[in-house]
Design a protein around this ligand. Structure first.
Ligand SMILES: *[C@@H]1O[C@H](CO)[C@@H](O)[C@H](O)[C@H]1NC(C)=O
Ligand SMILES: *[C@@H]1O[C@H](CO)[C@@H](O)[C@H](O)[C@H]1NC(C)=O
Ligand SMILES: *[C@@H]1O[C@H](CO)[C@@H](O)[C@H](O)[C@H]1NC(C)=O
Ligand SMILES: *[C@@H]1O[C@H](CO)[C@@H](O)[C@H](O)[C@H]1NC(C)=O
Ligand SMILES: *[C@@H]1O[C@H](CO)[C@@H](O)[C@H](O)[C@H]1NC(C)=O
Length: 575
């Protein structure tokens, strides 16, 4: 080839590639892609700003005080509104580091993860004279450790070989043992408070909440499966069953009760603070452990919520005995509900939209909002960097791929950076009407808020894997070995099982089958398609379904999915 020709070819190639580049830039898909890359970096920077400042100014204490660049040993203060019985010599448990472990991996930072694990293995001890809230300690510390252990033993994460020797599991088991004395009550419902060194304190309060006693099963169940010691799962399961037996004839539960007498103290309840994760754990326990009993409890509880709490897109509170509405308030924890609702996309979207409107109005989500007066609650005007709206946005995006949710995520990210970012980290908002800040960066900002925003723009961590996230945002892999058995309706369909999961098309980000897939040679075509709980069949470009046949089988629960009137596949469409 002569030089001349060579130049011509270069020119032609240059012209073609610029044309292609132009084409691709004007293509909406690539616009979406660039947007995602941009947002992913923005969220990554947010996480590291929070993390690096914690490591610099607070570690190994529990949480960062971003305004004064200092620390707080807050594990013993969580849920302790009156700050009673605070420990004298407690110096922190590196809470924020434990909470960051799974996020570090999701952001692809294996080196930092390994460094953290080696620090924790060598230096963390739970033999401390500190009274902690069982629920908070379970979801943050036990959940953080169990999840990180499962990620560390997953060969796909490619750690330095031979370095990890189950140290996180050893720590988790030690903590789990310290939880057990809390369950020694006449009802089996655990005390809300436990001293890590001395067990239940003399004169300990017997009052607990529905979420406090009813959302321990994921972490403690996983700990039992991992260690082979059934005590943890048995204790959490017994408490959950007992709690469910105390429901009213309307299938409603109250908010607080007594662990010795089993009598309700606060009869009013909703889906917000004090109750929220109870519902969430019923459905997630079913997905993780495949026990029919969890599914039946969830189904009845869910129907009752829709019947008594729902008012258009809002959920108010009601008395468990009469079903009469009590408080017409939006609490920011309720924002998680649209995420649980994923099968009913239209309803989830309308709730999510209302929460987002309140977010937009104030710049962040106030802790309480009075629905009937359309105004802020007089005292609960704070926003402690909570994740629930970001979480719902992530689930709804996974379910629908509607780019609108990416914009919602962008708006959430931007207002967090605008209102809560300070030199020393991210600060909670004390009053959303003035945006006065508070000197506290909660550990869940790293465990959840940043994680869900990141996953919204980059879900590569989830590809070919199936996780459920605990209520604190810690991923637990869904494993068929942990499942009791397949639901009847699945095994009844008599088809041949494919043993090798690799043969099956990975339908979508969250689907890795727990249920064995069926061969294509069967007449029941719909049964071949395994989809995750919150996905419509990816085959359809617009992500909508026309008939139930489009929806296939849910890959985690092995139940058939159906197509709603709005054109979305769902698992939960029974109301
Ligand atoms: C991992 O985190 C550490 C601490 O923030 C940081 O120095 C390092 O650059 C990160 N590595 C990657 C690959 O992001
Ligand atoms: C444990 O803590 C000590 C004191 O802070 C520190 O010197 C040591 O490096 C830590 N261990 C690991 C493995 O990081
Ligand atoms: C428990 O409460 C009783 C009555 O209030 C009190 O007399 C007793 O000293 C308390 N015991 C402890 C260990 O705090
Ligand atoms: C959800 O609601 C928003 C706002 O009304 C709308 O733009 C979006 O298309 C809806 N998405 C779905 C999947 O219904
Ligand atoms: C299930 O299908 C297999 C293969 O088609 C057949 O041999 C077997 O008899 C069927 N079993 C039942 C219970 O229908």
């Amino acid at each position: 080839m002569s030089i001349r020709h060579w130049r011509t070819w270069v020119l032609i190639i240059f012209l073609i590639s610029t044309a292609l580049l132009k084409l691709s830039l004007s293509d909406p898909d690539s616009h979406l892609c660039r947007k995602k890359l941009l947002m992913r970096e923005k969220v990554r920077r947010m996480f590291y700003h929070a993390y690096d400042n914690y490591m610099k100014y607070a570690f190994p204490h529990d949480e960062l005080k971003p305004l004064t660049k200092s620390f707080t040993d807050s594990l013993s203060e969580l849920g302790n509104l009156r700050l009673e019985h605070l420990p004298q010599n407690y110096k922190g448990s590196a809470l924020t580091l434990i909470e960051s472990l799974s996020s570090l991996l999701i952001l692809g930072n294996n080196t930092e993860f390994e460094r953290a694990v080696s620090w924790l293995s060598e230096n963390l001890t739970f033999d401390v004279d500190a009274r902690v809230n069982l629920f908070e300690c379970n979801i943050r510390v036990l959940g953080g450790l169990v999840s990180a252990h499962m990620l560390a033993i997953d060969s796909r994460n490619r750690f330095t070989p031979g370095t990890y020797k189950n140290e996180l599991l050893t720590l988790a088991e030690d903590l789990g043992q310290r939880f057990l004395p809390a369950f020694s009550t006449p009802t089996g419902l655990p005390y809300a408070w436990i001293n890590l060194k001395y067990g239940v304190m003399a004169n300990e309060t017997t009052e607990t909440s529905t979420s406090g006693s009813g959302s321990l099963i994921l972490e403690m169940g996983a700990l039992s499966k991992l260690t082979g010691n059934p005590q943890y799962e048995a204790a959490a399961f017994r408490a959950l069953r007992k709690l469910w037996s105390l429901r009213s004839s309307l299938n409603l539960l109250g908010t607080t009760l007594d662990v010795v007498t089993g009598k309700w103290i606060e009869h009013s309840s909703g889906i917000g603070a004090g109750v929220d994760s109870f519902y969430e754990y019923l459905v997630k326990a079913y997905i993780l452990f495949g026990k029919e009993e969890y599914w039946r409890m969830f189904q009845s509880a869910y129907v009752a919520v829709q019947k008594y709490f729902r008012h258009g897109p809002w959920y108010h509170e009601a008395d468990m005995r009469t079903g009469h509405a009590t408080y017409w308030q939006l609490t920011s924890l309720q924002a998680f509900w649209p995420g649980v609702l994923v099968g009913d996309i239209a309803a989830a979207n309308s709730s999510h939209r209302e929460f987002f409107k309140v977010w937009e109005r104030f710049g962040v989500l106030p802790e309480r909002y009075l629905l009937d007066h359309q105004m802020l609650h007089p005292t609960e005007k704070y926003y402690p960097l909570r994740p629930e709206l970001a979480e719902s946005t992530f689930y709804l995006y996974q379910a629908t791929k509607d780019p609108w949710y990416l914009e919602v995520g962008e708006s959430i990210t931007d207002s967090l950076n605008l209102h809560t970012k300070v030199k020393g980290g991210f600060a909670s908002v004390r009053d959303v009407s003035t945006m006065v800040l508070e000197d506290h960066q909660h550990s869940f900002f790293l465990a959840e808020t940043c994680k869900y925003l990141y996953l919204l723009y980059d879900d590569s961590f989830l590809v070919d894997r199936n996780y459920i996230f605990t209520t604190e945002g810690h991923p637990l892999p869904v494993l068929s070995a942990w499942h009791d058995k397949f639901p009847e309706e699945y095994t009844l369909a008599n088809n041949t099982f494919i043993q090798r999961a690799s043969k099956v098309r990975r339908a979508s980000a969250m689907s890795l089958q727990v249920c064995p897939a069926m061969t294509a040679s069967t007449s029941r075509q719909a049964y071949q398609k395994l989809e995750s709980a919150c996905h419509v069949a990816d085959a359809r470009i617009d992500y909508r379904c026309l008939t139930d046949e489009d929806c296939g089988v849910d890959a985690t629960s092995c139940r058939r999915r159906s197509c709603s009137i709005a054109g979305f596949c769902g698992l939960w469409l029974f109301v």
